[in-house]
Design a protein around this ligand. Structure first.
Ligand code: ADP
Ligand code: MG
Length: 339
């Protein structure tokens, strides 16, 4: 009787895996000089620029939790997978060096045309963003998923000049609070996507798609750090309210946010209350929230993105919202990672 292939030793599974690795290897491009050795050996070799420290961040993208294969275009899933880690590097003022992608795909997926097209689309989206941000895909791992869902885990490394990386803990009472770009757009677009997924099938990174194709603020973060404009920073991944709580607790301060000063994304403005709830609590905008000393002359734009002053940090630890002449507590009510 023919022996049943076991998942961990199946020639077939390993064959598909090697084919996928070869295709990723063929498509990934080397950027800069920091990746001495990329895909193809047992380890990658990295050499950060002289005098730089190494920054590392990891993010999982889980089907049904972070994306729906029937709703999100595959390119968007690949783009978002990388964008989340790049946004963490941006928040610390670092430059991306290399990405490592661990992919678990349902066993049968690469045996049918639809599944293969999905994987290709995923890689297209991921590699396109890697290309424009100068990130080298330098390795990863590929395996058959135990169930029917895709799991993508990404590790990103970056670098910044020694001892200069922006932390959440650098803010002081009296600092001004700023945010880049616009808020609430990602949550608004996600709601529209869930209602009308077909309308988004051909969406691409070139358009303004705050949920499907968020733009990590790498240049802005680099400018804020290198020109010593920011004292502390965090990226807005869970929602402004929740991420502000993180920044304030790390710095041991409180905050007062002015509702009228929040840059609400046009997609969110159509919502009730003019999009204020989405701007405050909608997650995944991947903008930068940062604190700066009041003496800093803040430019109106940094790294090509508008910068808005939205409040200030206080000695009292409360986090407050001022609107219509009233001051009320601002709870951390960010979305529990939408999807
Ligand atoms: P090993 O068994 O030594 O871990 P693998 O056969 O898993 O090696 O991987 C071979 C090469 O392909 C390694 O350089 C690895 O980093 C790379 N690799 C494997 N899977 C991926 C992936 N999903 N994306 C990018 N690189 C990958
Ligand atoms: Mg491996």
């Amino acid at each position: 009787m023919a022996q049943q292939p076991t998942p961990w030793s199946s020639q077939h599974a390993r064959g598909g895996e090697l084919e996928l690795i070869r295709s990723v290897q063929g498509r990934s491009q080397h950027h800069g000089r920091s990746v001495t050795l990329g895909i193809g050996d047992d380890c990658a070799i990295l050499q950060p620029p002289a005098g730089h420290e190494l920054l590392v961040t990891t993010d999982m993208s889980l089907e049904t939790r972070h994306f729906l294969r029937e709703v999100h275009p595959a390119r968007s899933v690949g783009h978002r997978c990388l964008a989340r880690g790049l946004s963490d590097l941006a928040a610390m003022g670092a430059k991306p060096l290399a990405a490592f992608l661990s992919l678990a795909l349902p066993a049968g997926m690469r045996r049918n045309a639809r599944g293969r097209a999905w994987v290709d689309g995923f890689l297209d989206g991921l590699l396109a963003l890697a290309h424009v941000t100068g990130t080298t895909l330098a390795g990863g791992d590929t395996a058959a998923a135990p169930g029917e869902q895709v799991i993508a885990d990404i590790v990103l490394t970056g670098s910044a000049p020694q001892d200069t990386s922006l932390r959440r803990s650098g803010a002081r009472a009296g600092d001004l609070l700023y945010v880049t770009g616009a808020l609430g757009g990602a949550a608004a677009e996600l709601a529209a996507l869930q209602k009308y997924p077909r309308q988004f099938r051909d969406a691409g990174a070139a358009g303004d798609h705050p949920h499907l194709f968020p733009q990590p603020r790498l240049r802005t973060g680099w400018v804020l750090r290198s020109r010593k404009l920011a004292a502390a920073a965090i990226d807005v991944s869970d929602g402004l309210s929740t991420d502000l709580h993180h920044l304030c607790s790390a710095s041991g301060v409180g905050a007062v946010v002015r509702a009228a000063a929040l840059p609400v994304h046009p997609l969110a403005r159509d919502e009730k209350d003019d999009g204020l709830a989405l701007a405050l609590h909608g997650g995944e905008d991947y903008e930068l929230l940062f604190a700066a000393r009041p003496s800093v002359r803040m430019p109106k734009r940094a790294g090509g993105v508008p910068v808005h002053c939205i409040g200030r940090l206080t000695r009292a630890k409360d986090i407050l919202l001022q609107r219509d002449g009233r001051t009320e507590p601002l709870p951390a009510a960010g979305w529990e990672h939408a999807l």
